[in-house]
Write a protein that binds this ligand. Structure first.
Ligand SMILES: Nc1ncnc2c1ncn2[C@@H]1O[C@H](COP(=O)(O)OP(=O)(O)OP(=O)(O)O)[C@@H](O)[C@H]1O
Length: 248
């Protein structure tokens, strides 16, 4: 990897296809998706159920191999990496938050965040301080030493966000990060998430069914039948889309 030149895009996909075999013929879950996200840009991936959002997110997370197409993370073609290098790249350069936040129940809030640093061999004094600062920034300064089961859904989701960001990944992926939250908490979580993505210059991609959450993103990509069918690129058109649908 060339550390000298900073590529324009943190993540770029070129004509990505994912086909699942089935008894009724192949299912084209992702059908030629090309997208690019810059550092510091927060993008929402929306679309009806079955349109391929989760499949696309899994491919971006290097958890699923595409049937065809190319993916570049910080300019590195993922296809050219060995399985071992892919594991390392995923651990170092990608942060995730999932709907079920996958926190470790027998660890405290701060230990869950530190875990990402430990896995990357970066759990030093400065890292520990950053984990505490990040959780405090997310409003959990007084909950650092609580087990995650002692936290509310929204608090757990914020711990998951801290864990996704703590190792300074280039790409942060969120799958329905607000699914278990009430509206007010969902707004708070996504607003804070957006703020951190902008401030720390990460590329953020969030899959959401809740179009109101698009208020906080810079761009909306709409999928249908595995394809990107529409893009909203400015605040005014995003807000029009949010309001139009929200009033249905
Ligand atoms: N492991 C799999 N094997 C076979 N088909 C699959 C598999 N995973 C997903 N699919 C199919 O691929 C298509 C896209 O699914 P995907 O889960 O990516 O959609 P989605 O937009 O995330 O849907 P939702 O909003 O309901 O989560 C669907 O037709 C789905 O049935």
């Amino acid at each position: 990897m060339n550390a000298q030149t900073q590529p324009e895009f943190a993540i770029e996909t070129r004509v990505v296809v994912k086909t699942y075999p089935s008894d009724f013929g192949d299912i084209q879950a992702v059908d030629g998706v090309s997208l690019q996200v810059r550092p510091g840009e927060f993008v929402a991936l929306v679309g009806p159920s079955g349109s391929g959002k989760t499949t696309m997110l899994s491919i971006l997370a290097a958890l699923l191999k595409p049937t065809a197409g190319e993916i570049y993370l910080d300019g590195q073609n993922m296809h050219e990496l060995s399985e071992n290098d892919l594991v390392t790249l995923r651990r170092e350069k990608i942060g995730f938050t999932f709907q079920a936040n996958n926190l470790v129940p027998y660890l405290t809030a701060v230990e869950n965040v530190e875990l990402m640093l430990r896995l990357n061999d970066k759990l030093d004094k400065a890292g520990k301080l950053r984990a505490r600062e990040l959780l405090a920034r997310l409003g959990l300064g007084e909950r650092l030493n609580n087990l995650t089961g002692q936290l509310s859904g929204g608090q757990q989701q914020r711990v998951a966000i801290a864990r996704a960001l703590i190792h300074n990944p280039s790409l942060v992926l969120a799958d329905e990060p607000t699914a278990s939250l009430d509206t007010e908490r969902a707004y708070q979580v996504v607003e804070t998430f957006a703020g951190l993505i902008h401030e720390q210059q990460r590329a953020g991609i969030m899959v959401t069914h809740d179009l109101r959450m698009c208020e906080f993103v810079d761009r909306v990509l709409q999928m249908r039948d595995g394809k990107l069918v529409k893009e909203y690129t400015d605040k005014a058109s995003i807000m029009k889309m949010v309001r139009g649908r929200a009033n249905d």
